[in-house]
Design a protein around this ligand. Structure first.
Ligand SMILES: [Zn+2]
Length: 444
């Protein structure tokens, strides 16, 4: 579909992206806790509002929306249905599950004018069980039932830190599954783990799946998905010979339980967690189904993915102290076109920007034009590189030749080719990168 419309968000001159300009002789801080967090602030991707609370500015929201599209696609394939529960849940429910006490001061609560207490949910086991408890009768032919949402969750962290990595407000995908018995629930559990693997492969940054700690959620079986990173607050133990892996909170071992080889210890960022809950919540909260004459508690699983945390973690892993880097299919835009500077010789070639934009749009390549023509190409190249667009197209000196040529910079691989319009079409039509950067479009 052709939609050759350049909106404000597709022009850097109009885009709301408050960049902190570095003085020329600035020394870039190294060794700070999270390099990507500082860069995301500097490049106008996010903005801190309160301790542990962030605004996602237009570029940041684009990244989140791309990740959400990948998650939605995987959830749909796994047979899950998307819904949305209220942010507030009555504290009475949290009392019934026992978690009002066990989570305690990490829960954000609010009181309404009638002095009724509500919880800003960090997770929704109580709320989803309450929903199903009110629907009678659920029968075995309605099962398995898989319901998920993507929404903001809240946790009153003692020490919010590292930006989106440990915020007090965060965006999480939470899925709840309901089955007739433990065996079916285990099958559902395995299927969802497969869709998590598929999602993490599409994001394209190496991850590990380990035996997890049940923590405050509980249940009989649990796995965690981690990115290995020095700034991670978890420690995972990995066996290089058989692949056995476990969170050190579950078992603190020096040798592998399966093959007895040495385990290596790594700092890691937990970004996903799966639990087979059995009837831990469905029983006290009366979420039942009819099997014969008597109602039985539903057998439950729950599956979380910290979306804002995934973004923070992958960017931290891919970036350097100087430049942001994104997985290609999460980058806020895939291509940035730099137009000629005002008053330069090649200024007459400026209309090619819109032509190339239109072509890329038709190829479904997500593109932005840096039309701040009062700035040099070099300065805009610096910003585009720092923001982390995977490809930069420069309409430079050779663009005003009789046979106009343009520069395509592959930012991640630090390579450059010079080519004409035809060459640009081929470049973005043929390469593997295209499969990668267009994956999102197929989803939406
Ligand atoms: Zn082993």
């Amino acid at each position: 579909m052709s939609h050759n419309i350049i909106n404000n968000i597709n022009r850097v001159s109009k885009l709301f992206q408050p960049i902190n300009t570095l003085p020329k002789d600035a020394v870039i801080k190294s060794g700070v806790a999270s390099k990507s967090y500082n860069l995301m602030l500097d490049m106008g991707i996010i903005r801190q509002v309160n301790s542990g609370m962030y605004s996602l500015l237009p570029l940041g929201l684009r990244v989140l929306q791309k990740l959400e599209a990948l998650v939605d696609s995987e959830m749909t394939k796994a047979g899950a249905q998307k819904m949305l529960l209220p942010i507030l849940t009555s504290a009475t429910l949290w009392n019934r599950s026992g978690r009002l006490k066990t989570i305690g001061s990490e829960l954000f609560t609010v009181e309404d004018r009638h002095k009724k207490l509500y919880v800003l949910n960090p997770t929704y086991e109580e709320a989803i069980c309450e929903l199903l408890a009110g629907i009678i009768p659920i029968t075995s032919k309605d099962l398995p039932l898989k319901l998920y949402q993507i929404s903001r969750k809240w946790r009153d962290e003692m020490k919010p830190r590292l930006g989106l990595l440990r915020g007090r407000e965060f965006v999480m995908k939470d899925l709840y599954t309901f089955d007739t018995n433990l065996e079916n629930a285990q099958n559902t559990y395995n299927k969802i783990c497969e869709s998590y693997d598929s999602l993490f492969k599409q994001i394209g940054v190496d991850y590990v799946k380990v035996i997890g700690a049940a923590g405050i959620i509980g249940g009989s079986l649990s796995h965690e998905y981690h990115y290995l990173s020095d700034i991670g607050e978890d420690t995972v133990l990995l066996c290089q010979s058989c692949g056995y892996s476990v969170n050190s909170e579950v078992l603190n071992l020096s040798s592998c339980l399966k093959c007895n080889n040495n385990l290596s210890s790594h700092s890691a960022i937990e970004v996903g967690h799966t639990f087979l809950l059995d009837t831990k919540y469905s029983k006290p909260l009366n979420a039942t189904f009819l099997d014969g004459p008597k109602p039985k508690p539903l057998v439950m699983g729950c599956f979380g993915l910290g979306l804002t945390r995934i973004i923070a973690a992958v960017v931290e892993i891919l970036s350097t102290n100087e430049v942001l880097r994104w997985p290609n299919n999460l980058a806020p835009f895939n291509v940035c076109i730099l137009t000629p500077k005002k008053g330069s010789k090649e200024e007459i070639a400026a209309p090619y920007a819109e032509q190339i934009f239109g072509i890329l749009n038709e190829l479904n390549v997500d593109t932005i034009i840096d039309d701040r023509i009062h700035l040099t190409i070099g300065r805009r190249m610096f910003d585009a590189n720092r923001t982390g667009y995977p490809f930069i197209i420069v309409i430079g000196k050779t663009a005003s030749n009789q046979n106009p040529m343009f520069e395509i910079h592959d930012v991640k691989n630090s390579t450059r080719i010079d080519t004409n319009i035809e060459g640009i079409i081929n470049y973005f039509n043929n390469q593997d990168i295209n499969r990668e950067i267009k994956q999102n479009e197929a989803v939406v």
